[in-house]
Write a new protein. Structure first.
Length: 470
């Protein structure tokens, strides 16, 4: 077999291949055998029809077509290996010559992974938010904990803000009661904004047994988006009581004996959270700077596939689980279809560039992924998918997605290498040392590269979800 490679552009090549006919012998034999099992000829037992009879009755062309279809993938793979190119996606194959008994010639055009020069990233500098926990932050955290231990008690008075009321609701559109517009025994905290617009004003000052009518635009159901006349009947009023902020509360709500110990623990937890957010911010901003430094040509077909995959995953998986259509999603986001398309394309470009650059860095730095690192990553991905680690692992293995997860971990390690050499300062001008917690740095690096491209990460989750549903 002879082959030659022609570079059409930095992301696409054309392979020209010539195959001596004798190299088709195995595929021709397989073609005759396959046709033998599919046809019957009077006077011959099934499977024992001579080749010359098959040629006469069904045509030599049918045999050649079957043989070429069988052999082409093998010859194409040999040509790719000989040319030492990294193909992306399926090739466009054109058979240019087929002379029976002499020669098979074909061309194959295919997108390839571009050659990338890793830039000098040692001078990257980024600024991140400072880790600052105020007394107000601590007070808010403790107050949220306090709210979780709140209790309610019935009261014989008019409802006021903060009270928990029980109501019956009836919604009418154009004077007709909606089939799904009646609800009884609904509990609602006045002022929470968790029900219908206008209900707070309608029920404030009302006692058990009182009714009120107001208009509101429905947020869901069969008449979503329409203005309805809503009748609300208050059936019970309860005062919401929170425990006193004292040592007794600390002992009830935590493992601490005093309120000061609880506050100190809250401060520490908030600091840890902000440090994690700071590390994630550093990874993302270093990655953005790295992408700016590198010249990365994008294969157009790969880009289109990535854009379509992102749209499909959003519309049929993420939005589907929330019961939203793409039009409703765009309305909520306040975006036009054109703005959404442009944003999706921009994200896809960034994802592809990220993968190409970090994969090249993995090779350059000879980074490997051990079993422990893969297991930790798998468990994090399982948690984000809502599946058990065993379920997720089984689905990933059966779907052939293990190399994909290995690639995600390796790219996270590659980004960590870049971050280690970057200068990171906070908004106060202080140098940020991200080496204090290597595990956290590695985890946030993986998180920062999960969009590289997003379609790849989604495939593993999709396979896992399909397995779980099956």
């Amino acid at each position: 077999m002879k082959s030659a490679v022609e570079t059409l552009n930095p992301t696409r090549v054309r392979l020209t291949v010539e195959v001596p006919f004798e190299e088709l012998k195995d595929s021709l034999d397989a073609a005759y055998k396959k046709i033998n099992q599919q046809v019957t000829v009077k006077g011959f037992r099934k499977g024992k029809i001579p080749a010359r009879v098959i040629d006469q009755r069904f045509g030599r062309g049918a045999v050649l077509e079957e043989a070429v279809n069988d052999a082409l993938p093998r010859f194409y793979t040999d040509a790719v290996n000989e040319a030492e190119v990294n193909p992306l996606g399926q090739p466009d194959v054109d058979i240019t010559e087929l002379k029976d008994g002499e020669l098979l010639a074909f061309t194959a055009e295919v997108d390839i992974r571009p050659s990338i020069e890793i830039p000098d990233y040692s001078g990257i500098e980024v600024t991140v938010d400072a880790v600052e926990v105020t007394d107000e932050d601590v007070a808010k955290s403790v107050e949220q904990l306090r709210d979780r231990f709140a209790s309610t008690s019935p009261v014989e008075r008019a409802a006021a803000e903060g009270d928990v009321i029980t109501v019956d609701l009836e919604a009418k559109v154009d004077g007709e009661v909606l089939a799904d517009g009646v609800a009884e025994g609904v509990q609602y905290t006045i002022g929470s904004g968790e029900l219908l617009d206008g209900i707070d004003e309608a029920v404030t000052g009302k006692s058990a047994g009182d009714e009120a009518t107001f208009t509101s635009v429905l947020k869901g159901g069969s008449a979503e988006g329409k203005e309805a006349e809503v009748t609300v009947k208050v059936t019970a009023v309860a005062a919401r009581e929170v425990p006193e902020l004292d040592d007794e509360f600390a002992q009830m709500a935590s493992e601490f004996d005093t309120l000061e110990e609880l506050r100190a623990d809250s401060r520490k937890r908030l600091e840890n959270m902000k440090q994690y957010d700071q590390a994630t911010q550093a990874q993302e901003r270093v990655l953005d700077e790295l992408i700016k430094l590198a010249e990365v040509p994008i294969p157009e077909k790969l880009l289109e596939d990535e854009v379509n995959t992102r749209k499909h995953n959003l519309e049929h998986h993420q939005l589907g689980q929330m019961g939203l259509t793409i039009d409703k999603y765009l309305e909520i986001q306040g975006k036009t279809a054109e703005e959404f398309d442009a944003e999706t394309r921009e994200q896809a470009v960034k994802g592809i560039k990220t993968q190409f650059i970090l994969d090249e860095l993995v090779n350059k730095e000879k980074l490997n992924v051990n079993q422990e690192e893969l297991t930790e990553h798998l468990m994090r991905r399982a948690a984000s998918s809502g599946m058990s680690p065993d379920q997720f692992a089984q689905a990933v293995v059966e779907g052939g997605q293990v190399p994909m997860l290995v690639g995600e971990v390796a790219r996270g390690k590659a980004l960590a290498v870049v971050v280690e050499s970057a200068k990171v300062v906070d908004t106060n001008g202080e140098t940020v040392d991200l080496d204090d917690d290597e595990d956290e740095t590695g985890e946030t690096a993986e998180a920062a590269t999960e969009d590289a491209p997003a379609a790849e990460g989604d495939k593993a989750d999709e396979k896992a979800a399909e397995k779980s549903e099956g």
